[in-house]
Design a protein around this ligand. Structure first.
Ligand code: HAM
Length: 419
């Protein structure tokens, strides 16, 4: 038997309701704030991610699904969607249409990571990107939307962790300070961090090796080395968040695993997710569009890990029911034919209706089946009913039943549902 490959999984019908619930709430919330959906391709030129996310990042260096197509072009399954959205924004000259463009997306991403609880090789993200303004109000309002979204899912309280990672004005000087701190400690660092020391020492903050973490815990923090503009920006983001009454903590050591971030960077962790407790991450990326060959357009966004979001839903989440409203039982072949006609009518007037052609099965067995499916009503078409040109409508919650004609079915169903 051929099985699914390591690190991917099927989302089965029993689970999918929670996914739909999350996706519907996402669309509804984001659209209230003026976001519109964008769908980009699942694969892109490898170069887009190398340039966008950064050659020195774990994602680009170790985690991409990269392959040549039949003409030898290097393609990559998207490991994230900010770079593809930026590419689409440039390609379609979206900056000409409106000054501030608000976009959202939902879909699969691919990273070759070691699979564990909450970490998959194909996973799903729900993300947003705001392009066209570097105003701190954008950061704060988008975070407020995020908090509202999580609140509407019943996921609260969450821990919002915030930092500023500076910009090209202040980061180079800070990198030197960090390098000077790390150089005398080089020998105690892991091999990866020694390499990072030469390429991008900020990445050392991401290291999971305990000894390295101890070293980094004492390291100078970028927050203490911001230029005036970045410091002012961060203060204004915080003022807006405070005005919204949104709680957050500052983590001076928070750096994100992608190189495009500038100024605001944040993550939200959720309890109960285990080691992979980052529910989402995001931040500002004011240089990315230019880096990819577009105009100087600033950006801000986040992406939520949908797999982790679904895992974090409370048991009380208002996930809509998918049980049939009416289960139609046709006894004998004539009953099945009549059942099809009745079901068609019910569906035409908007009722979720199920017919299972089981003419030989007893009424009792079919009622048991309806009960297992949690159907609210059963419509019975037996020999006697067919002869009389009627049907029996049975409410499963209390067993009450009525004899109805086809032309009054809809009305009677409505009455019994309300009673
Ligand atoms: P990221 O932090 O790499 O950011 O990913 C965002 C979220 O995707 C993570 O917090 C996590 O919930 C989920 N995620 C990442 N990798 C996996 C995995 N292997 N399995 C399951 N879930 C995973 C970004 O991707 C940025 N593009 C976010 C962004 C948008 N920044 C600005 N705009």
């Amino acid at each position: 038997m051929v099985e699914a490959v390591k690190g991917v999984r099927d989302i089965l019908p029993d689970e999918i309701r929670a996914w739909h619930f999350v996706e519907e709430r996402a669309r509804d919330t984001f659209e209230r704030y003026g976001f519109r959906e964008i769908r980009t391709p699942i694969f892109e030129s490898t170069e887009l991610f190398a340039r966008g996310i950064g050659e020195g990042t774990d994602i680009v260096a170790k985690e991409m699904y990269t392959f040549p197509d039949r003409k030898g072009r290097s393609l990559t399954l998207r490991p994230e969607n900010t770079a593809p959205v930026a590419r689409a924004y440039i390609e379609h000259q979206m900056h000409r249409r409106s000054e501030v463009e608000r976009l959202y997306y939902l879909g699969p991403m691919f990273r070759y990571e070691r699979p564990q609880k909450g970490r998959m090789r194909q996973f799903y993200q729900i993300g947003v990107e705001v392009l066209g303004s570097d105003h701190p109000a954008i950061d704060a309002e988008t975070l407020e939307m995020l908090v509202a979204f999580l609140g509407r899912l019943g996921i609260a309280p969450v821990q919002l962790v915030l930092n500023s990672v500076g910009d090209p004005e202040c980061r180079p000087a800070y990198k030197e300070i960090l390098r000077r701190y790390l150089l005398p400690r080089r020998e105690s660092l892991c091999e990866d961090c020694r390499r990072r020391l030469d390429t991008n020492p900020l990445r050392c903050f991401d290291c999971k090796v305990p000894a390295d973490r101890d070293v980094m815990a004492q390291a100078p923090a970028i927050l203490d080395h911001l230029c005036d503009a970045c410091r002012g920006h961060f203060e204004r983001v915080r003022e807006h968040l405070d005005a919204f009454g949104i709680a957050y903590t500052i983590d001076r050591r928070l750096v994100r695993g992608l190189d495009y971030y500038r100024r605001t960077a944040f993550e939200v962790t959720a309890p109960g997710l285990g080691a992979q407790n980052a529910l989402l991450g995001g931040g500002r990326y004011d240089g990315l569009i230019e880096e990819l060959g577009g105009p100087a357009v600033p950006g801000f966004g986040f992406a939520v890990g949908e797999d982790r979001l679904v895992m974090s839903l409370p048991a009380t989440a208002a996930i809509p029911d998918d049980a049939p409203e009416v289960f139609v039982v046709g006894l004998g072949e004539a009953g099945v034919s009549a059942a099809l006609q009745a079901a068609r009518r019910l569906r035409g007037s908007g009722h979720r209706t199920l017919v299972e052609p089981l003419p030989g099965k007893s009424l009792k067995a079919q009622l048991r089946r309806a009960n297992d499916l949690r159907a609210r009503f059963v419509l019975i078409l037996g020999e006697e009913e067919i002869q009389r040109g009627v049907m029996t409508l049975k409410r499963m919650s209390d067993g009450s039943q009525a004899t109805v004609r086809l032309d009054e079915l809809d009305r009677r169903l409505g009455e019994m549902a309300r009673a």
